[in-house]
Design a protein around this ligand. Structure first.
Ligand code: HSE
Length: 305
């Protein structure tokens, strides 16, 4: 193939109690990434959106991910990567991950011998390293695989795709930028053992609840004593928006990724729409413009358009 276009979905990472190790993909929004083979070596980046992201491949998340991939493949050709983003950078719903995952999945189709999914996750993580200064796979793993994914290890990559019952995400995205690197800088280096115990108890219970389809246990497990308390001050009216979502009947929720987006999970699309209306009403009081999304948790990862 000479040219491939891939749709790469937005993702919600951390999922409250799974900092850096749990995430899920949603059906929309998604980015579109087209990769074209060129005879001359090297990577060219073309943007088809208004976000003004870097065109230097060494400063672009898709560029560094594909560069690592082509080097390991020993490719004797170059590529042009055309990116049309619908996921706003700095939103907390996996914008950088969607760019790098879309690019590596598309490039994979241009290779004679394709890499397996775990390698694609590894290459896409190079983009996360560039974007946030840290390697983590809780956005890129669900973006590549779809669904709910637990990242047991990143060195080496060891990921578990979880079963889950029907779930609908409501997302409210305040139009302010919270850079992941900054949201990581506010985190504590050390955490009290008691808080750590509560977090891994909740994460274990959440994984079990997803597999069993136990909505009540999902709700009880969506508690975070470590990261949310450190980050919630970065998101205006976070407590009020979360409380409004819960009062409207959401199962639970919290900060999406490193914020500023806030997500809530519901059993049905109808409930997720009611939650959207309640959270929007609460958020209007901030005077900050915001977008909202309602989407089913998607089974599909980055794939051909
Ligand atoms: N797990 C990461 C964080 C996701 O919360 O910093 C952000 O991309």
């Amino acid at each position: 193939m000479k040219e491939v276009t891939v749709r790469a979905p937005a993702t919600v990472s951390n999922v409250v109690c799974g900092f850096d190790c749990l995430g899920f993909a949603i059906d929309e929004p998604f980015d579109e990434v087209t990769v074209r083979r060129r005879d001359e070596p090297g990577i060219a980046i073309v943007h088809k959106d208004e976000f003004g992201l870097p065109t230097d491949p060494r400063e672009n998340v898709a560029g560094v991910a594909v560069e690592a991939m082509l080097a390991e493949a020993g490719a004797d050709f170059g590529v042009e990567i055309e990116i049309e983003k619908a996921i706003k950078p700095g939103s907390g719903i996996g914008s950088s991950g969607a760019s790098s995952c879309g690019a590596v999945v598309a490039t994979n189709w241009l290779l004679e011998e394709q890499f397996p999914a775990v390698k694609l996750i590894e290459f896409a993580m190079e983009g996360e390293r560039l974007a946030s200064g840290a390697r983590h796979a809780d956005n890129v793993a669900p973006c590549i695989l779809g669904g709910f994914v637990l990242v047991r290890s990143i060195d080496p990559i060891d990921v578990v795709r979880l079963d889950f019952p029907p779930l609908f995400a409501t997302i409210i995205h305040p139009q302010i930028e919270v850079k992941t690197a900054e949201a990581r800088a506010v985190l504590p280096d050390l955490v009290p053992l008691r808080s750590a115990v509560r977090n891994w108890s909740n994460l274990g219970a959440l994984v079990a609840a997803l597999e069993k389809g136990d909505y009540e246990l999902i709700g009880r497990s969506l508690v975070d004593e470590i990261v949310e308390p450190a980050r919630r001050g970065l998101i205006p009216q976070f407590d009020e928006a979360k409380a409004a979502g819960l009062a409207a009947g959401a199962i639970g929720g919290g900060i999406s990724g490193s914020g500023p987006s806030i997500f809530m999970l519901s059993k049905t699309r109808e409930r997720a729409e009611i939650v959207r209306a309640a959270m929007a009403e609460a958020y209007e009081q901030t005077g900050i413009p915001f977008n909202t999304y309602v989407s089913e948790i998607g089974q599909q990862g980055a794939s051909l358009r």
